[in-house]
Design a protein around this ligand. Structure first.
Ligand SMILES: Cc1ncc(COP(=O)(O)O)c(C=O)c1O
Length: 435
């Protein structure tokens, strides 16, 4: 098998020692390469990432920070963590970087515990309007410790009204204000939020988990250029790295943030993950990544416009980033779970999503969310986005028609065959014969 991601020897060994996991791995590789991934928080990493995640850095305990660890044998781990921190600072124009958070939620929790006291008020975006669980949804542990209050998007254009945010901030006196979302298709007015934070004396944070790779490419605005105190980003979405999180901040907050991550929240950092983050940060500084980021935005625009032309209801009427949300309840008379299931059967993966001000619950919400990052990694452009929308519109208009859905699946498969996933080019044929 000539798959880039694993050596033949390692795969043979796994097949013999654990055939159940081996089979699941083969089938997942087939699923990821024969279908198309349109979930906006997912993408395909740089092929180097697979290699580093399977490297000997996995074996090393490195509690502490470069030059100040609690274990010996750190001459190589210090090199990679210093490179990751320096590259992150340069790329995002930040004074300090912490690359140890294991993922996005612990990354945000580390910021709250580092900069605030229990009981302090945090102002973030309402989850059903595009915010994220880790910005203090009542079901999270964080909501037991801090007092979260919310701003929302407004009818009719679905954007954030800064006058209303200022009013809420004056009423609730937050210690921290968060800009950031997981399903808001518009650019934030970072300068406007800076003014609000100054007016009420709050710290200002941006969680750009979805946008990190687009900001790194200067395709979207960088909150650090607007004097934000802290910026967090996951490393596995548009950044195309391993799963993980990063905290960028002003020097004044560096000691508190570092102490909050370790020893406050975590033990040994995942050094294989940090090695992969370091390489990712080098790769996203290249012209080819910049071109990728521009294409992600162009593809999202085409998806939105083609859906609008087809009569679909696009929340906020379009997109300025990599994602969009469709109201399938009003557009097609079906809830998001039914839409998600129908599209799954066509080989197109999306996720059900809440729509602002719609009454349906998160498990049976009124919409679906999708984005262009993964398809763009495969080299798909605007022509392919139009083909995908045609397939999706046909499925959404007739979501129970099994014959139609399976013929659409063949169209998706044929399209995907022309656009192999980097690093997994030979995977489909090889996996099929092994599975
Ligand atoms: C804005 C935002 N913050 C934080 C996270 C949490 O990341 P993770 O799933 O890695 O914990 C996400 C994940 O989707 C996100 O979209």
């Amino acid at each position: 098998m000539s798959n880039f991601t694993y050596s033949t020897v390692a795969l043979d060994r796994l097949q013999k020692s654990d055939s159940e996991i081996f089979n699941a791995l083969m089938h997942e590789e087939i699923r990821q390469t024969e279908g198309i991934e349109l979930i906006p928080s997912e993408t395909y990493p740089f092929p180097e990432v697979y290699m580093l995640l399977g490297s000997v850095f996995n074996n090393k305990y490195a509690e502490g920070y470069p030059g100040r660890r609690y274990y010996g044998g750190q001459e190589n781990t210090d090199v990679i963590e210093n490179l990751a921190r320096d590259r992150a600072k340069a790329l995002f124009r930040a004074e300090h970087a912490n690359v140890q958070p294991l993922s996005g939620c612990p990354m945000n929790e580390a910021v709250y515990f580092g900069l605030l006291q229990p009981g302090d008020t945090i102002l973030g975006m309402e989850l059903s309007h595009g915010g994220h669980l880790s910005h203090g949804h009542p079901v999270t542990n964080m909501a037991k410790i801090f007092n979260f209050v919310r701003y929302r998007t407004e009818i009719p254009d679905g954007r954030i009204d800064l006058d209303k945010v200022l009013h809420i901030a004056r009423e609730t006196k937050p210690k921290l204000i968060i800009c950031g979302h997981s399903s808001y298709p518009r650019e934030y007015d970072y300068a406007g939020f800076r003014k609000i934070a100054d007016a009420v004396g709050a710290l200002l944070m941006a969680d750009v988990s979805h946008l990190g790779g687009l900001i790194a490419a200067d395709a979207l605005k960088n909150p650090m250029d607007f004097g934000f105190d802290v910026m967090t980003t996951t490393t596995h979405k548009t950044l195309r790295g391993p799963r993980g999180g990063m905290i960028l901040c002003k020097k004044a907050h560096a000691a508190a943030i570092d102490k909050s991550v370790f020893p406050g929240m975590q033990g040994g950092p995942h050094m294989h993950q940090i090695a992969a983050i370091a390489t990712t940060l080098k790769l996203v500084a290249t012209d080819s990544h910049k071109a990728y980021a521009r294409q992600v935005l162009a593809n999202a625009q085409t998806l939105a416009q083609t859906f609008l032309d087809g009569g679909a209801h696009v929340v906020t009427g379009g997109t300025e980033n990599h994602l969009l949300v469709l109201n399938t309840a009003t557009g097609f008379g079906i809830t998001g779970d039914i839409a998600e299931h129908a599209l799954d059967q066509t080989g197109i993966t999306v996720n059900r999503n809440v729509v602002p001000d719609e009454p349906n619950p998160p498990f049976r919400p009124s919409g679906i969310r999708f984005g262009s990052p993964a398809a763009t990694v495969r080299g798909m452009g605007e022509a392919e986005m139009k083909i995908l929308v045609r397939i999706m519109l046909a499925a959404l208009r007739d979501p129970k028609n099994e014959t139609l859905l399976s013929s659409l699946r063949e169209e998706t498969r044929a399209l995907c065959e022309q656009f192999p996933v980097p690093g997994l080019e030979s995977v489909t044929a090889a996996c099929r014969s092994a599975a």
